[in-house]
Design a protein around this ligand. Structure first.
Ligand code: URA
Length: 238
């Protein structure tokens, strides 16, 4: 990556707002390669220069990538007046993170959080058909005829039918348990697909996206950084 201004470097790393870090720099609390630097405009090479704030080394991370287990009740947004957002769960001062796509407020499960717009775009682009798998509990019996209907694609009230979806029945009873894999991301898609066959989703959780599974050790509300391997797999979608 190219050189960036010292104030942006520190603000990106969550040291403070752009105007706060300008003040910190002018007060002489920041060194570049061991020398006090009082100019916020000073150009920094994130790979070659060493920047310290209050004597603590601040490394620059251009992009960050997290796997988050979204709990029910949390909204897939960066700001909300009433509900907790995904960012309320991530312990970082970084201001540019956002969720990759949306899960409904009552849906749980896998959500990626990043500041990498290109990757987010690739994962969400309708042209890429990134696969998402959900686990759900459905009121009433789910049968082979529903599987066939999902395989054919369903009219959910949009201009076009949904693409074929793979429905697996784990158990079929008064409450059925299923997994379903879809390759689109339409609004309330899974709920609307079941509605189209006269069924109601009573619990929904995303298990995987783009071949990356939700880490089973992450409880709802917990998160971790993506591993190098997971990131490489996701980047193949770009
Ligand atoms: N489909 C839904 O209906 N809701 C979600 O949150 C995700 C997929």
């Amino acid at each position: 990556m190219g050189n960036i201004r010292l104030d942006k470097y520190l603000a990106d790393m969550g040291i403070g707002s752009r105007s706060e870090v300008k003040n910190f720099i002018r007060k002489g609390t920041v060194t570049v390669n061991g020398k006090i630097e009082k100019s916020p405009e000073c150009k920094i090479s994130p790979t070659a220069d060493e920047v310290c704030y209050n004597k603590e080394k601040i490394s620059y991370l251009e992009y960050e990538y997290y796997m988050f287990h979204k709990p029910s009740g949390c909204v897939s947004a960066t700001e909300d007046k009433i509900h907790r957002t995904v960012l309320d769960y991530i312990d970082t001062k970084r201001k540019d993170l956002f969720p990759v796509g949306r899960l409904d407020r009552d849906t749980e499960g896998l959500l990626f959080i990043t500041n990498d717009g290109n990757l987010a775009h690739a994962l969400l682009s309708p042209k890429r058909h990134v696969e998402k798998t959900y686990y759900a509990r459905i009121r009433g019996r789910v049968t082979a005829s529903h599987q066939e209907a999902f395989r054919q694609g369903l009219d959910i009230g949009d201009e076009k039918k949904t693409l074929p979806a793979e429905l697996n029945i784990l158990s079929s009873d008064d409450i059925s348990v299923i997994t379903v894999s879809i390759t689109e991301g339409r609004y309330h898609q899974v709920k609307r697909m079941f509605e189209a066959v006269g069924k109601e989703v009573i619990y929904l959780k995303r298990l995987s996206m783009g071949g990356i599974c939700l880490d089973k050790t992450l409880l709802p509300g917990a998160y971790r950084r993506l591993t190098e391997e997971e990131l490489a797999k996701l980047k193949k979608q770009e």
